[in-house]
Design a protein around this ligand. Structure first.
Ligand code: ARG
Length: 460
C-alpha cells in the first residue's frame, strides 16, 4: 500500500475498498493534460514570486514535462490509492524528481486545482463542440442549396398543413443550431475565468500572483471571491443546459429523419453507412443512428438534472459531493461531439426522394389556404372564404377528388369569384413561391436566407 500524500494526521491505514469508493481516478484521468498545464503555470508563478527557488522550479517543470510525455504515450499507471488525477500526478512527480516535487503544492489546494482543471477542460471542449456545430450547419446548408425548389408537405399537429420548400424545412434547424452555437460561445466568458490561487477556500498566506497564472493559462480574468471560486459549478450546469438544448434540437430532427425514411413517408433514404440491418428481417434498413441520438438526448438531460440536484443543498465551500460533477460532464462532452459528427455525415449523404415529396403535395389538401386567400383577395371576407373552401374540400372528399381535379363549373358553383387562373394558383410550387413574406417559405425568401446563413458560416 502506498503512503497517502495527506497521511500525517492519520493513525490507521486506509482500507482499499473504502479508497476505491472515494476515488475518482477512474474517470478524472481525462483531466491529465489540464492538470499538468495548471501545475506548470502554478510552479512558474511560485518561482516568479520568489516562493520556490528557481532551481527547484526547473526541476519540477522538467519532471512535469516527463510525466506529460508519458501520459501522451499512455504509459502512466494510475493508482486508485492515490484517489484522483491530482494526487496521482503529484505522486508521479515525487517519484520522478524526489522530495522537491512536494514543493509544487505550495499555496494551492486540490480544491482550486480541480476547479482550474475543469475550467480548462470545458473551455477546450466547448471550442471543439462549436466547430462540430458549424460542420453540421454546413451539411444542412449543402442539402438546402440543392433543394430550394423541392416541395414537401409542411405539417402542424402532424397533419398536412401547407406545402413548403424542403430547404426551408432544413434551414429551420440551421437557425436552431445557430442559437445553440451562440449559447456555447457566450458561455465561454463564464468558463474562462481562473479559480487558481483560491486555495482550499480562503486564499493563501503566500504572496502569490493570481493574475499571472490566469494569464499563463489563457484565462480572461480571475474569480473575485475565493469561496465562490472553489464552490462554483454553475459553469458546468450551464454547459449541460446548453448541451440539453442542442440535443433536444438534434432529437427533433432525428424524429423527422426516422419518419421521412419510413415506408409510409419515403421522403429520404439514408446512406447505407448510417443505417443498419435486422438480424432476422432481411428487408430492413433501420435509421439506428438517428434513433440512438434521439435516445442519447435522455442521458444529457439526466446529467443536467443530476448536477443541479447534487448542488442544490450544498453549503459553501468545497464538499466531496462535488466530485460527482465529472462523469456527467465527460459523458455529455462525448455524447454531444459524437452525435454532431454522426449527424453531419448522415445529412450530407442522405438521398432526398424529391419525386415522392412532390407526389405527396399533389395528393393532399395543403393548398386549401391558397383557395381561401384567393377569394379573400377578391374582396370576400376571409371567414366567408374559409367556409366556402371548407365546403369544397368536403365535396372533394365525398367525390374522391383533390382541389386541382375540380372542374371550372364546380368552382363557379362554390363562388362566382373563381376564374381560370385558379388552377395555376393551386399548384404546390405556386403556393410555395407566393409565400414571400419575410422569413416565409417563398423561394426568394429561402434563397436570401441561404445567402445570409452562408455569410454567418464564413465568418466562423
Ligand atoms: N477528486 C476531487 C474532486 O473531484 C478533487 C478535489 C478534492 N478535494 C478535497 N478536499 N477532497 O472533487
Amino acid at each position: 500500500m502506498t503512503a497517502k500524500l495527506w497521511g500525517g494526521r492519520f493513525t490507521k491505514k486506509a482500507e482499499s475498498w473504502v479508497d476505491a469508493f472515494g476515488a475518482s481516478i477512474g474517470f478524472d484521468k481525462e483531466l491529465v493534460n489540464e492538470d499538468i498545464e495548471g501545475s506548470m503555470a502554478h510552479i512558474k508563478m511560485l518561482g516568479k514570486c520568489g516562493i520556490v527557488p528557481k532551481e527547484d522550479v526547473e526541476k519540477i517543470l522538467t519532471g512535469l514535462t516527463v510525466i506529460k510525455e508519458r501520459a501522451e504515450k499512455g504509459e502512466l499507471e494510475y493508482n486508485v490509492q492515490n484517489e484522483d488525477i491530482h494526487l496521482n500526478i503529484e505522486k508521479f512527480l515525487i517519484d520522478e524528481i524526489g522530495e522537491v516535487g512536494g514543493k509544487l503544492h505550495t499555496g494551492r489546494s486540490r480544491n482550486d486545482q480541480v476547479a482550474t482543471d475543469m475550467h480548462l477542460y470545458l473551455r477546450n471542449q466547448v471550442n471543439e463542440i462549436m466547430v462540430s456545430i458549424k460542420h453540421l450547419q454546413e451539411a444542412l446548408l449543402g442539402q438546402a442549396k440543392q433543394h430550394v425548389e423541392t416541395i414537401i408537405p409542411g405539417y402542424t399537429h402532424m397533419q398536412r398543413a401547407q406545402p413548403v420548400s424542403f430547404a426551408h424545412h432544413l434551414m429551420a434547424y440551421f437557425w436552431m443550431l445557430e442559437r445553440d452555437y451562440e449559447r456555447y460561445e457566450e458561455s465561454i466568458k463564464r468558463i474562462n475565468i481562473s479559480p487558481l490561487g483560491a486555495g482550499a477556500l480562503a486564499g493563501t498566506t503566500f504572496p502569490i500572483d493570481r493574475a499571472f497564472t490566469a494569464e499563463l493559462l489563457g484565462f480572461d480574468g480571475i474569480y473575485e471571491n475565493s469561496m465562490d471560486a472553489v464552490s462554483d459549478r454553475d459553469f458546468i450546469i450551464e454547459f449541460l443546459s446548453n448541451s440539453s438544448m442542442l440535443m433536444m434540437h438534434l432529437s427533433r430532427l432525428c424524429e423527422e429523419i426516422i419518419l421521412w425514411s419510413s415506408q409510409e413517408f419515403q421522403f429520404i433514404e439514408l446512406d447505407d453507412a448510417f443505417a443498419t440491418g435486422s438480424s432476422i428481417m432481411p428487408q430492413k434498413k433501420n435509421p439506428d443512428m438517428a434513433e440512438l441520438i434521439r435516445g442519447k438526448t435522455g442521458r444529457v438531460y439526466g446529467s443536467l438534472f443530476s448536477l443541479l440536484t447534487t448542488l442544490k443543498g450544498l453549503p459553501l465551500s468545497y464538499n466531496k459531493d462535488m466530485q460527482e460533477d465529472k462523469e456527467g460532464m465527460f459523458d455529455t462532452v462525448h455524447t454531444v461531439k459524437g452525435s454532431l459528427q454522426i449527424f453531419a455525415g448522415m445529412i450530407e449523404t442522405m438521398k432526398v426522394l424529391d419525386n415522392n415529396m412532390e407526389k405527396a403535395t399533389n395528393e393532399d389538401f395543403s393548398n386549401a389556404t391558397e383557395l381561401a386567400d384567393y377569394l379573400a383577395s377578391k374582396g370576400m371576407p376571409f371567414r366567408a372564404a374559409h367556409e366556402v373552401v371548407g365546403k369544397l374540400v368536403l365535396h372533394c372528399i365525398q367525390n374522391n377528388k383533390f382541389l386541382l381535379d375540380l372542374s371550372m363549373a364546380e368552382f363557379k358553383e362554390a363562388s362566382e369569384l373563381f376564374e381560370d387562373d385558379i388552377y395555376h394558383v393551386l399548384e404546390p410550387k405556386t403556393v410555395v413561391a407566393r409565400r414571400n413574406s419575410a422569413g416565409g417559405t417563398g423561394f426568394n425568401q429561402v434563397k436570401e436566407a441561404i445567402v445570409k446563413a452562408e455569410s454567418i458560416i464564413n465568418k466562423k
